[in-house]
Design a protein around this ligand. Structure first.
Ligand code: TRP
Length: 339
């Protein structure tokens, strides 16, 4: 089912998500579900990347509120601060220092070929230098905690490739016997890594085709009812495999439910309206526990804040250790020459 090499004892998990807007199903199946599974098997660092969010120039209020809301959603969905270190990227400012050091190990051309940067230019935008350097900061994110396994969606493989290149260059340039960084590898679950959006394209905020995990029920209903479907007459069989409603059903239904709905499609006389009703029910029940936990946390924001602060303290200890080594390996330790 997967292309995953099993975890090894030295493996450390690290991954981040941008605090932009509201979590959707693509985020959940592309990344967060893997986070939750992995938090039981290895040491894990999960962070909300507010420095990265600056590339899109959010207003200060938006950035603050979205960052906190992401922390809340994470904990509601089952990320457990007792198992993994959950924190906000900018609470460990050492990561920007490492990014600066790393930026010298990569030809600028590699970054100009970065997908996000290239896409922005092709759209006719004038992307800022933050977007150009985005993959370098991401490499620092991963490596400062000495992460070697990075659960992400498929669209992140290029960025992980860059992190791997940086780790290898660092090792080659600054270590002689034992490499310092483990070159990281992506942890992508192929089947679900790309979640279809309401229009059948990849679900993504930029395509405006998302369903939020904690969508208001009326909005959820409106969005699902507006999913375009084939014009098959009601009495005739419908093709499940080309249908967006069915691809979403497959994502959130258990095996038995999915196969019985599939039969209804093939039998005919079912209709897309009923299929959509089924989908709405499945979507609502899939996250009903998380919804309850979320309501509890909304009433107790301190619980979220304290957990994130404690996570950052743990992460920072690790980051400072790494930076001590990196400073020494790179020669940013001039005082040792004055002894
Ligand atoms: N680039 C990732 C995204 O857009 C977010 C990210 C930032 C990240 N730093 C990271 C992912 C480190 C994995 C590891 O989704």
């Amino acid at each position: 089912m997967t292309n995953l090499k099993p975890l090894e004892p030295h493996d450390i998990i690290s991954s981040g998500i941008k605090p932009t807007g509201v979590l959707h199903y693509g985020n959940y199946f592309g990344a967060i579900r893997q986070y939750i599974n992995l938090q039981d098997t290895a040491e894990a660092f999960y962070f909300i990347v507010d420095y990265h969010a600056l590339t899109t120039l959010p207003t200060p209020d938006t950035l603050r509120v979205d960052t906190f809301r992401m922390a809340l959603d994470w904990m509601a969905l089952g990320l457990d601060p007792d198992k993994a270190s959950l924190f906000v990227q900018s609470d460990v400012p050492e990561v920007t220092e490492l990014a600066w050091i790393f930026s010298n190990l990569l030809p600028a051309g590699d970054l100009e070929r970065g997908v996000s940067f290239k896409d922005a230019k092709q759209r006719g935008d004038t992307p800022n230098a933050g977007l150009l350097n985005y993959p370098v900061l991401q490499a620092a994110d991963i490596l400062i905690y000495r992460g070697s396994v990075v659960p992400v969606g498929k669209d992140q493989t290029q960025n992980i490739e860059i992190a791997k290149r940086i780790a290898n260059r660092f090792n080659r340039r600054f270590t002689s016997d034992k490499p310092y960084f483990h070159p990281p590898r992506p942890w992508v679950i192929e089947e679900v890594a790309v979640v279809p959006g309401l229009d059948g394209q990849k679900m993504s905020k930029s395509y405006n085709n998302t369903i939020a995990i904690f969508e208001e029920p009326e909005v959820l209903r409106k969005k699902v009812m507006a999913i375009p479907t084939a014009s098959t007459p009601l009495s005739e069989p419908m093709d499940p495999d080309s249908d967006h409603v069915f691809s979403l059903i497959r994502l959130v239904g258990d095996e038995e439910t999915v196969s019985s709905i599939r039969d209804s499609y093939l039998r005919g006389g079912f209709g897309f309206r009923r299929a959509k009703e089924e989908l709405i029910n499945l979507l609502e029940s899939y996250f009903s526990d998380a919804r309850e936990r979320r309501d509890e946390l909304v009433a107790k924001p301190n619980v979220v804040r304290d957990a994130m602060v404690a996570g950052a303290e743990r992460a920072r200890v690790r980051a400072q250790e790494t930076m001590r080594d990196v400073r020494e390996l790179t020669g940013l330790n001039w005082k040792d020459a004055a002894r």
